[in-house]
Design a protein around this ligand. Structure first.
Ligand SMILES: [Zn+2]
Length: 304
């Protein structure tokens, strides 16, 4: 069977492809978003069948977005990676064909110009590097890799436990040591790092996280990073993830991002949203609860 072509969204002068790594295990939802219970899912019928099943199990995905902006070739986040030693058994020592999929989508590793890291967590930096003999080397040797100054400074000052130190050693430090890492200063607000591509500060999940805005000729898109893990958080923006460093700030960021794109036609591309991944955010009229806020019209954005 020939492989499926990647999901693709054409924004006018900018094209985005979803490059799948793995579907996250069914246990991920209750761990990551403990307040997104089956009752909440039952109250939110538009989540089914794409984003949850009838039993209330949340569907979550690990993937990257590969972009062309004119002649530039950009990757947003790099997944979990192969062969990494990880405390989370679902992320440990993966062996996926992610790089083949990326290459088949037209992004051979040595042709990538820019790698944007929304934040420095293990499931967003893994393919920064690949194993070459005994050592970890940059997977994208001709790319500049971007993180933010705030993100870097946070982790540099943090008293990290052993698994996180391991992640920095195998997936972040080799990039810095090869001279490929640039730190963007987003402390004063959004920064355009390529024509049509802006990094928007999205703090809370981590202090220096960014969302990625793509401004095409025909439409605008927003890549969420982990400001929003799952579409259930559109209906219930109060629901945070267990790994948000500052939960109150993460909620303010989530609400602000959603309000900024609601009813505008902006295409929301979720960094962990299962297929179809993209949709438009609409204000929820006649919401079943006073704090129900938005819904996701994913069918509108599947085909361009
Ligand atoms: Zn993540």
């Amino acid at each position: 069977m020939s492989p499926q072509p990647p999901a693709t969204w054409n924004l006018g002068g900018i094209t985005a492809h979803r490059i799948d790594e793995v579907a996250l295990a069914p246990e991920t939802g209750p761990w990551l978003l403990p307040d997104a219970t089956p009752d909440v899912v039952a109250d939110t019928p538009w989540l089914r069948p794409d984003f949850a099943d009838e039993a209330g199990t949340l569907h979550l995905s690990s993937h990257s977005f590969a972009l062309t902006l004119g002649s530039r070739r950009v990757l947003v986040d790099t997944g979990i990676g192969n062969g990494k030693e990880r405390a989370n058994p679902a992320w440990h020592d993966l062996d996926t064909d992610y790089l083949d999929r990326l290459t088949r989508a037209g992004f051979a590793p040595d042709t990538v110009d820019l790698v944007v890291l929304t934040h420095l967590h293990a499931d967003h930096v893994g393919w920064n590097t690949r194993l070459d003999g005994a050592g970890w080397v940059p997977t994208f040797p001709n790319a500049r890799y971007l993180s933010t100054r705030t993100e870097w400074d946070h982790w540099a000052a943090a008293d990290m436990e052993a698994p996180r130190r391991q992640m920095f050693r195998d997936s972040v430090h080799p990039i810095r040591d090869a001279g490929l890492l640039d730190l963007v200063d987003t402390s004063a607000g959004p920064v355009e790092v390529a024509p049509g591509l802006r990094l928007l500060p999205a703090p809370g999940h981590t202090p220096g996280q960014v969302a990625v805005e793509l401004r095409g000729d025909d439409r605008t898109a927003l890549i969420t990073g982990d400001a929003i893990h799952h579409p259930v958080q559109l209906a219930r923006p109060d629901i945070g993830s267990c790994v948000d460093i500052d939960p109150a700030l993460a909620e303010r960021t989530r609400r602000a991002l959603l309000a900024s794109v609601a009813d505008t036609g902006t295409v929301l591309l979720g960094s962990h949203f299962a297929a179809p991944t993209a949709g438009r955010v609409a204000t929820q009229e006649g919401a079943p609860r006073p704090d129900s806020a938005f819904r996701f019209n994913s069918t509108l954005a599947q085909t361009y």
